[in-house]
Design a protein around this ligand. Structure first.
Ligand SMILES: [Zn+2]
Length: 94
């Protein structure tokens, strides 16, 4: 039996996309509109275009530490973020 506290599920792409977006777009001031709505829309659009990778929340942190700095992962994620930024800048949801 799996007790309920072991059922916490994490898509590790979520924190990875958030961090890369924050470091490469938010902190650098590269966004046309950096309101919360646009930031969330960009992250959601990016995540919908990436294959999710699920782990338990406990294992997630180790996975992120081990893979966050991989150039291939970063370039795949950054490519999708860049596309999403373009789409949301052209069609902001407000
Ligand atoms: Zn906005």
């Amino acid at each position: 039996m799996i007790s309920s506290r072991d059922l916490s599920i994490l898509n590790v792409m979520e924190p990875i996309v958030s961090h890369l977006f924050e470091d490469n777009y938010v902190k650098t001031g590269a966004l046309k509109c950096a309101c919360d709505k646009c930031q969330l829309d960009i992250i959601l659009l990016t995540l919908n275009h990436l294959t999710p990778h699920y782990t338990s929340s406990q294992a997630g942190e180790a996975y992120i530490k081990a893979h966050y700095l991989e150039p291939q992962l970063q370039s795949d994620v950054l490519r999708e973020i860049t596309n999403a930024v373009k789409v949301i800048e052209e069609h902001p949801n407000h």
